[in-house]
Design a protein. Structure first.
Lengths: 110, 110
DNA sequence: AATCTCCCCTAGATAATCGAGAGGAATCGT
DNA sequence: ACGATTCCTCTCGATTATCTAGGGGAGATT
C-alpha cells in the first residue's frame, strides 16, 4: 500500500535511536517511549522494529549493551553509543539534513 | 549495511515523481533526469527503482500513461497525474513536511 | 491471588529499493 | 556505410527495513 501517515521511513529509526542515546544510556522500552513522546503521534515506533534495529546497530558496533536494572526495578538492557556510533550519528544527521533540504526544495518548486 | 549517502528513503521516490509530474507530463527517463538535476547528487534515482515505481503508481491510479515520441524522436511512454494522483501528492507532501519537521526537531534537541 | 505494567524477544509477511543486467531504435562521428 | 553513443524502456533476484502479531517473565498494584 501507499505510505501510511505514521510509517517510519527506512533509515529514520536508526537515526532517532542514535540521537536518543546521545543524551544518555537507555533501555529499549525507554528509547521507544522517548521517541514516541518527541515525535508525538506523527511517527510510531513498533518494538517489532525497535529491537531488531538495536541488534543490528550493536552488530555494527554503533552501540553497546549491558544488563542492568531500570528505575522501576525491572531487568533491562541498557544501550549506549560507542565512539563509532557517535561518528555514525554525525554522518546520518548531516545526511538527513541534506536530503530533507533537497526534497523540501523540490516540493517548494512550483 | 548502513544508509548510503545517496540511498533514497522509502516513500520519497513516489513523492518526487508525483511532484515532477505535477508540472508537466513526462516520460520515465525524463523524470529521472529532472529529479537527479533537482536534487543534484544528493539522491540517486536508479531506473531499477523508477520503472517499478511508475507501474505501481499507475496500478493505484495515481498516474496514467500513453505512448508517444520524445523530443529526441524516440519512442517514449508519457505519464501524467490523474485527479487521484493530485490528491495523493497533496497528502504525501503534507506528510513529508510533518515528518521532516518532527525528525528535525528531534535532531536539534540537545 | 489476580491483574497490570514494565521490559525483552521472535517469526513471518510485506514492500521498496538496489544492482545488474538486456535490448531496440535514432543519432552522431568518421 | 559502419560503429559507437545516446535515448528510453524493461526485468529479475537480492537485500533490507519495517510491520503485524504474537509470546513470556518478573516486579508492582489491587
Amino acid at each position: 500500500m501507499g505510505t501510511n501517515r505514521t510509517d517510519l521511513m527506512q533509515g529514520t529509526l536508526e537515526l532517532l535511536i542514535l540521537k536518543t542515546l546521545s543524551r544518555e544510556a537507555m533501555h529499549g522500552y525507554g528509547i521507544a517511549q522517548r521517541i514516541h513522546q518527541a515525535v508525538d503521534d506523527l511517527l510510531k515506533v513498533e518494538d517489532g522494529s525497535l529491537y531488531p534495529a538495536l541488534y543490528r546497530m550493536e552488530a555494527r558496533g554503533w552501540i553497546s549493551s549491558e544488563w542492568g536494572t531500570s528505575d522501576n526495578n525491572r531487568r533491562a538492557k541498557f544501550y549506549k553509543l560507542t565512539r563509532t556510533g557517535r561518528r555514525q550519528l554525525a554522518a546520518e544527521s548531516t545526511n538527513w539534513e541534506r536530503i530533507a533540504r533537497a526534497v523540501t526544495r523540490v516540493l517548494e518548486a512550483n
